[in-house]
Write a protein that binds this ligand. Sequence first.
Ligand SMILES: C[S@@+](CC[C@H](N)C(=O)[O-])C[C@H]1O[C@@H](n2cnc3c(N)ncnc32)[C@H](O)[C@@H]1O
Length: 375
Amino acid sequence: FLLHPPKHHPAPLRGWVKGEVGGWTWDDAVDTPPPPDIPRSSSSLQPPKLPPGSFRPKQSLGQNFLTDQNTINNIVSAFAKDASLPSASSSSPPPKMVELGPGPGALTNVLVARYGAPALTCVEIDPRAVSILRASFPGLSVRHADVLRVEYPLLNAALAGEQPLAVIGNLPYYITSQILFALADASHADAVRCATVTMQREVGDRLVAGTSTKDYGILSVVFQLYADVRMHFRIPNTVFYPKPKVESALMGLKFVGAKELRRRLRGARPKDLQRVVKACFGQRRKVIRNTLKGMMRGEFGEGEVTEKIGALGELGAKRPEELGWREFVEVTRGIYGVEEGWEDGYELGDKVWRKEKHGGGFGEEEEAAEAVAQD
Ligand SMILES: C[S@@+](CC[C@H](N)C(=O)[O-])C[C@H]1O[C@@H](n2cnc3c(N)ncnc32)[C@H](O)[C@@H]1O
């Protein structure tokens, strides 16, 4: 483990040129200064240059690359805080880190320089970016895979991580919620300790929204229950190439972990909570007893429905946006009961918030995990 590994710079290339149809593109034949909306970096590291030729960012993969070194440094510093990473002078090893969607390596560059390649694993779907990363960062584990297939507990076991993983990423925005839900599920197994991730600012607003606000919804309930969430800072669209239409934010999620989650749920099963929260926000304007009556009819007899709805008392007359996670837990316990002997711990579930089709892991990781288990 190197505290001060050599700095890796992707092969020196040329620079930004104005494309024919507007916008900026890379050209290896022209040596230009950055365009005016891409500030020069004050740091010794530089954002990676895209390779000559045909690396056109793909909108379909949510490719908006970070081009401002100050922003990149600030993201990594916020990550270091969220993950309680040891300082460069400390002798204690950092937790295993996972970067989601590293692209050509803007964040990777700083992470490798600060913590060394062995501490980091990257998951990237674009084979062009995978090639660049493998060439630029010898010794770095780059998984060519869909991030939605990651099974974090398996990955952590394969990496022989002794603590939960620390996750970082300038996320592909088209799958932000799916990635977050997978991380929530991973926290059931204490596989992930924190995530420091960029997202569309509006999504970030929802994560931290208070009750009875327009942004309050499923994301607010789930992530305020599962994690301590904060918005580190907003990110203007000018620091990305190509420039997205939306403003972004860097969010930090520190997961409370399985033990605290069980304490907060007081025996309620996450899957039951998911059913309740989803049904209630599916009919946001209705008071919850009307929505829940409908939801329960397929599952309970008429007498039981009436009894359980009655037992909700005043909570039943509220709209979902008025309920914090504690109230949703209360409602869930009232309807579905609690896991027997929950004080001694119980299974929280492996696919609760993410979709059934997601996960599945990578074969090689499963093998590696087995090898670790056999050691
Ligand atoms: C917003 S870009 C960030 C790139 C780079 N980290 C940066 O900040 O410049 C999102 C990255 O996620 C990758 N990506 C998109 N969908 C993915 C998926 N399903 N699984 C893994 N990576 C994905 C894209 O190819 C792209 O490199």
